[in-house]
Design a protein around this ligand. Structure first.
Ligand code: SAM
Length: 457
């Protein structure tokens, strides 16, 4: 049976394919790409269907702990990975209806009856899942009938209750005994869409007027940051194609100003793709930027992003921890080390990360972060500044690392910096016993960690 593209059933089917792939280890953006290509969705003609499929898959990731626990509880014999995932997508929608305003935020406005009906149609439409349509119907109906008792029962498992792995919750609790619940909740909140205005081209106030003229509303939340009241495709954002604005979280926008670049400087952006911070640096001053990235596919995106801004950098596909392979021997005035990390600070934006990471990854990342910074330090000129950034909220990747660098790099002076930014909050007044940094602090941002070191002249 062929389902119409605009039907919820078709979109649930696609979302279930993506969810299944994440469960098997693929990152969600790639999983969505693969599902769309399997369903032969055209990027332009089927943009609305792709968007709806993506939205369902993201919603499911935010409810995946609860949804999986419910499937385990309600299904006695494993019905196969695709049916499991379809049930998870449908249950995530039904759960949203429970938690929020079903008409607006929850369920995308679908009634519980429609969700069940469309999930059954989705199962019936594929030869591999058609056998399970009765099961899908029975499980979802039972959930609706018994949710008042089922939910408290499955929520006794903390992974189901918080939609975060147990090890992740343990790390949050240890680091933030008073705030861990708010942080766990924040992982399941939809992130704002924030723009960075290139103020060399257009002042923020003038840009806000342009937004209003286009019928979009935004609020200034930082020196260059404008948070849109609602997310829109970039094709509808005024000035995006011309490079007046870029999409970048307000916390990420603190990185480039912390480098205090000036015309003529030679700057190393050491882990650069997709080039969000590279573009920002190039907007701030007339500088030479060497952008190093070890993933060739991701490195290609730096050039795409810079061309839109009308900027250029020397892009090098290489390993930041092996400068011997790519460095020409000339030291840098500034180094940005936006190192690979757990991404625990941006989990609301990338809700699949928590299900893909393993606890053992953290120790491996800590070692890699140390290796990268230690290898980059000799490349910095005396008097030069290195900014260490992670989009993590785990102190092992943040303040503990900064202390380690301070102890290991004997010619380093620690400068003021924002330290740990927790998602959705202002920066703390002090980071590692120091004052907050010079950049003005936005009020709704992802989680980041910032430290700065200057090399003794
Ligand atoms: C946090 S992201 C960088 C985001 C980027 N700075 C921006 O603002 O758009 C980290 C990047 O480092 C890359 N990476 C990881 N290990 C690396 C290494 N050893 N050398 C160079 N790049 C690396 C990853 O592929 C990823 O693109």
């Amino acid at each position: 049976m062929r389902l119409p593209h605009e039907s919820l059933a078709f979109q649930m089917l696609g979302a279930a394919m993506a969810v299944r792939a994440v469960n098997e280890g693929t990152a969600l953006p790639q999983a969505i790409e693969d599902a769309a290509s399997h369903l032969r969705l055209d990027r332009v003609r089927d943009a609305a269907t792709r968007g709806a499929l993506q939205d369902l898959a993201y919603r499911t990731m935010r409810q995946f702990g609860t949804a999986r626990a419910l499937v385990t509880r309600l299904v006695t014999r494993p019905p196969g990975a695709q049916v499991d995932s379809l049930l998870a997508v449908a249950l995530a929608l039904l759960l949203e209806g429970e938690q929020g305003d079903a008409e607006k935020a929850g369920r995308g406005g679908y009634s519980a009856f429609t969700v069940v009906d469309q999930a059954v149609s989705a199962a019936a439409s594929e030869p591999k899942t058609a056998h399970a349509r009765g099961l899908v119907n029975a499980v979802l109906r039972r959930f609706l009938r018994e949710q008042k008792t089922l939910l408290p029962d499955v929520n006794r498992d903390e992974q189901a209750r918080w939609n975060l792995p147990a090890w992740w919750l343990r790390m949050l609790r240890e680091a933030y005994p008073d705030q861990w619940m708010a942080l766990a909740e924040s992982a399941n909140v939809r992130p704002p869409m924030t723009l960075r205005v290139n103020t060399a081209r257009i002042p923020v106030q003038q840009y806000l007027t342009e937004l209003a003229n286009a019928g979009l509303a935004g609020v200034a939340i930082g020196e260059q940051a404008v948070r849109l009241v609602r997310a829109f495709p970039v094709s509808q954002i005024p000035g995006f194609a011309q490079g007046d604005v870029s999409v970048q979280d307000a916390g990420a926008q603190l990185a480039a100003p912390l480098l205090e670049v000036a015309d003529g400087m030679r700057v190393l952006d050491a882990c650069a793709a997709p080039g969000g911070k590279t573009g920002h640096l190039l907007e701030l001053a007339d500088i030479e930027v060497i952008a190093v990235e070890n993933d060739a596919l991701r490195a290609a995106r730096i050039d795409e992003n810079l061309s839109r801004l009308g900027k250029q950098a020397k892009i090098v596909v290489g390993d930041a921890s092996r400068p011997g392979d790519w460095w020409d021997g000339q030291q840098f005035d500034r180094i940005l080390a936006d190192v690979p990390c757990s991404a625990s600070g941006i989990v609301r934006r990338h809700p699949d990360i928590r299900w893909l990471r393993r606890e053992a990854d953290i120790a491996r990342l800590v070692t890699e972060q140390r290796r990268i910074v230690s290898q980059l330090w000799p490349l910095l000129k005396p008097g030069g500044i290195l900014v260490y950034v992670t989009c993590s909220i785990f102190p092992t990747e943040g303040e503990e690392q900064a202390r380690w660098f301070g102890a290991q790099l004997t010619d380093a002076i620690r400068l003021e910096a924002p330290g740990q930014l927790l998602p959705g909050t202002r920066a703390p007044d002090s980071a590692g016993g120091q004052d907050a940094g010079p950049a003005s602090l936005p009020s709704d941002h992802d989680g980041f960690y910032y430290a700065r070191f200057q090399k003794r002249a």
